[in-house]
Write a protein that binds this ligand. Structure first.
Ligand SMILES: Cc1cc2nc3c(=O)[nH]c(=O)nc-3n(C[C@H](O)[C@H](O)[C@H](O)COP(=O)(O)OP(=O)(O)OC[C@H]3O[C@@H](n4cnc5c(N)ncnc54)[C@H](O)[C@@H]3O)c2cc1C
Length: 278
């Protein structure tokens, strides 16, 4: 069985269900928001783990972000990833997609040889869908964007990607980069064994470091001038709050499941929803 070197890129994003603050300059105050694994990256993770399970190999999860991003890497370990790299460096603050793709490119080179890289389609915060394709360009790789399914035959990847009005089938050699569509298979549940193992590791920081390596710009030999604000040509001219989402939704509270059902039965309008008080 072939042993593929599989990389998956995962990003920690603010949980949209939590209230993130807005800084005076219009940027998101990420410290105030709850954090989560970018929902789109769950599909990339599933694709990477599928290759490992079906065709053999090891999965390396890579993330760039502040130290709390270690949380999503632990989650990736629970799901069955073999090792993780976290690029964390204060000089990366204010990186736009160009600077982010450069920093991730250097991290990938540092991480070693690979056969395939899986990225999410986009993130729920930056939402540009630029990082995957930019990374492929920097690595001079073929890229299969909007991939919704694939299989490996004779060492070649046969993939189906979404295009306007339909799908397209492509055959690509490795190494290759995919951005995985959210019509791909959802991420499987974590195994009890995986969760237990990571809980044990969390109690032994030295042992955990063997699985999650934190690197900085110097270690990966990245040019700091090409990252952060200096390396970011994007200028955010202005940001504007577009108002609260949710429209005319009326929220009800229920004291018990029975009470909630009674309340829901009284709803005459489809936009009325029930929320549990507990
Ligand atoms: C001027 C400016 C300043 C900014 N300052 C900051 C800042 O200080 N802090 C900050 O967090 N963001 C900042 N951003 C946002 C940041 O540039 C983007 O979030 C980042 O470049 C990724 O772009 P995206 O979120 O649109 O990802 P997309 O291109 O939509 O992501 C596609 C896929 O690429 C991968 N990916 C993307 N980003 C990462 C990552 N960091 N690690 C691993 N995989 C990844 C994931 O697989 C993801 O699904 C700034 C943006 C601008 C324009």
């Amino acid at each position: 069985m072939a042993g593929y070197n599989i990389f998956v890129l995962v990003k920690q994003v603010p949980d949209q269900g939590s209230k993130a603050g807005i800084n005076p300059d219009g940027t998101i105050d990420r410290a105030k928001a709850k954090r989560m694994l970018n929902p789109f990256d769950r599909y990339a993770l599933q694709a990477a783990l599928h290759v490992k399970k079906t065709y053999g190999g090891t999965v390396t999860a890579i993330s760039m972000g502040p130290p709390p991003a270690v949380e999503i890497l632990m989650e990736a370990l629970e799901h069955g990833v073999d090792r993780c790299l976290l690029l964390s460096d204060r000089r990366l603050a204010a990186s736009d997609t160009l600077a982010t793709a450069y920093a991730l490119y250097k991290t990938v080179l540092y991480a070693g040889q690979f056969d395939m890289i899986f990225c999410g389609l986009q993130t729920t915060d930056g939402d540009t869908a630029q990082v995957g394709p930019q990374l492929a360009e920097r690595l001079n790789l073929p890229q299969v964007t909007y991939c919704e399914d694939f299989k490996i035959e004779d060492g070649k990847l046969h993939a189906t990607r979404i295009i306007e009005g339909g799908t397209q089938r492509v055959v690509v050699p490795t190494p290759v980069l995919f951005t995985v569509a959210n019509s791909y298979h959802p991420l499987e549940y974590k195994s009890f064994r995986g969760t237990w193992r990571v809980q044990q590791l969390a109690r032994q920081p030295e042992e955990l470091k063997k699985y999650i390596q934190t690197v900085d710009l110097d270690l990966i030999e990245a040019d700091p001038v090409r990252t952060g604000l200096k390396g970011s040509p994007t200028i955010v001219a202005a940001t504007e709050k577009v108002g609260d989402i949710g429209g005319n939704c009326k929220m009800h509270e229920g004291e018990s499941p029975e009470h909630m059902v009674e309340e829901v039965m009284k709803c005459t309008n489809i936009s009325e929803f029930l929320v549990a008080s507990k």
